[in-house]
Every structure is written in C-alpha cells, then in structure tokens.
Design a protein around this ligand. Structure first.
Ligand SMILES: *Cc1c(COP(=O)(O)O)cnc(C)c1O
Length: 301
C-alpha cells in the first residue's frame, strides 16, 4: 500500500525557496493509523503463521499502538490483551477515549503499576502474563521489532527518490530505522524525537543498516505527551492554513521543528523535504480532555 504525498503551501516556504511535502500515512487506514499499520503488518502475518490466537502488548492509556493493535486484532480474528501502565486507570478507563475504543474492539486490559510496567520484560512478569493469559504473540511496547521495521521499510517508495531530506517522528525508533533502510544514500533522514533520552540512538542502530540519519532533539516540548500553548496554537494554525491535522504527541512537534528549521535557514534553497505523517490522530480527543482540565486552549478536531 502506498500513501500520497501532499504539497504544503505556506508563505515561509515560498520565501525560503524550500518545498515541503507530507506523506499522508495518516490516511492509510481509518483506525490502524500511519506507522502502526506498517509496524503491525508483518507481525500479524507472523502471529497467524505461528498459530497464535492472542496478541498481547503494552502501552500507556493514550497509546496509538494500543488502539491500533485492538483494531488489527479484531480485523484478523485475534483476541487482544493490553497491559496498561497505571493501576489507577482501572477505576476510570471508561473516561479515556483510547481505551474505550480499544475495549469496543475487543481488547481485554490488565492494569499494572508503574513499577510492574518498568519490569515487564523480566521472567517474573512474563510468567505472570503466561499464567493469566496462556499462549500469546507478544508485541513490544510501541510495536518495534525487526518485523515492524520491515513494515516501515515500505513507507518510502521509488517515487520518493527525488526528495533531498526525509523527516520523521521518533518514539521507539522503529519507524526511522525502516525509513533509513529504504532511503537512498544521497538522502538525509532527520528524526524528531517526541521524548528526551539518549537510549534512542542505540535502539535505532539495532535496526538501521545505514548511517544517513540524525536526531534533532530540540523539539520535544518538555517530554512525551507534553505540550504548551505555543505548540497548540501552531498546530491549530497549521490545520487552518493547510487543512492537514497533526497529532499532539508526534507529528505536531515534528512539523513545528521542520518549519522552525526552515525559518533558521537550516535547509539550502531548493531543498525538497518529505515529512512523514505517521498518524496518531486518535490521540487528539484524549489530549483535549487533559487540556480542558488544565484550562488550556483545545486542539481543533
Ligand atoms: C508510535 C508513533 C510514532 C513513533 O514511532 P516509533 O517507531 O516508535 O519511533 C510516531 N508517530 C506516531 C503518530 C505514532 O503513533
């Protein structure tokens, strides 16, 4: 499957003589959005081939990966189990749009403490899951493994060879690894992390076979899932000017970063930039709930 590249028209781009296209991976599937579709594709095939009936995975309460796994499970006739970070959510998950959606699509939840979640890879935790749920195909948090990277290698297509720079969001690093592997050697891949942390580089190197990538970490806005009024108004303006919706955790921060770099003449005139819209729009409702509580302006839906 191939998604279309949409050109963005903004006065800044004309002024700086830079062209910007957005690969609309957010439109790949209505419920298995963007890179989560790519990351689940070969894992679902593998789980079927190995004869598993259940998919089990991990995530926070607003996770795009949790929502995508629930829907993909329903579509491909798997039972799905979501191990969710935060015991306190057990009492109020019905108020959370991501978990509501996952539940409606058949996902069963196990709510665990933050300490348990941190230790989810230990033998003790694995044993507990096995006792509780029996046999299952395990998808890691954020869905990154070698089959996920293989799926992300299909994001770029032959026609994308004309771009000089490819920009992508980075969470666990699977997506940028896949994109780097399929980019040409003369293309530069720039990753915009949505969270702070030095672990990312190492994680990306596990899966990326090439070195034509770099991370620009100045646009995390204080960390994972955090945003401020400047980012909110940027995202709302961008939506009004281009009609393209951005998500608050990943693509909003990346796009802010790309336009900021263009302002600073980071890219030479005539540079052709392709930004990957990795989806995540399901997260807007949940984020608006949080913004409302804090009396901050809301994101346009
Ligand atoms: C999960 C997600 C990412 C992060 O992808 P990684 O492969 O974990 O780096 C980026 N953008 C969106 C919209 C996501 O949902």
């Amino acid at each position: 499957m191939e998604s279309s590249n949409q050109e963005v028209f903004l006065p800044l781009l004309t002024q700086k003589k830079v062209s910007l296209f957005i690969k609309r991976e957010d439109l790949l599937h209505p419920f298995i959005s963007g890179n989560k579709y790519r990351k689940l594709k070969y894992n679902v095939i593998e789980a079927k081939n190995l004869g598993f009936k259940k998919l089990l995975t991990f995530g926070g309460a607003f996770s795009n990966h949790i929502a995508a796994t629930a829907y993909a499970g329903k579509l491909h006739h798997f039972k799905t189990i979501g191990v969710i970070r935060g015991e306190e959510i057990a009492a109020k998950w019905q108020d959370n749009p991501t978990l509501q959606f996952a539940h409606e699509n058949g996902m069963e939840f196990k709510f665990v403490s933050r300490a348990w979640y941190r230790d989810k890879h230990t033998d003790v935790a694995q044993k507990e899951l096995k006792q509780e749920f029996g046999d299952f195909y395990r998808l890691p948090e954020g869905g990154t493994n070698s089959l996920a990277v293989k799926g992300c290698e299909e994001i770029l297509t032959k026609g994308d060879a004309t771009f000089d720079v490819i920009c992508t969001c980075v969470g666990t690093g699977g997506t940028i690894a896949g994109i780097t592997n399929s980019a040409n050697d003369n293309q530069k891949v720039i990753g915009f992390p949505a969270l702070k942390g030095d672990f990312l580089k190492k994680d990306i190197c596990k899966f990326a076979h090439k070195e034509n990538w770099e991370l620009l970490s100045d646009y995390t806005f204080g960390g994972y899932g955090k945003l401020n009024e400047e980012l909110i108004s940027f995202m709302n303006d961008f939506k009004q000017q281009t009609t393209i919706p951005l998500d608050p955790v990943y693509t909003g921060k990346m796009m802010f970063g790309i336009l900021d770099l263009i302002k600073q003449d980071y890219f030479k005139p005539n540079t052709k930039i392709l930004a990957i819209h990795s989806g995540g729009l399901q997260g807007i409702s949940g984020m608006n709930m949080k913004l409302k509580k804090k009396n901050l302006p809301l994101l346009l839906q």
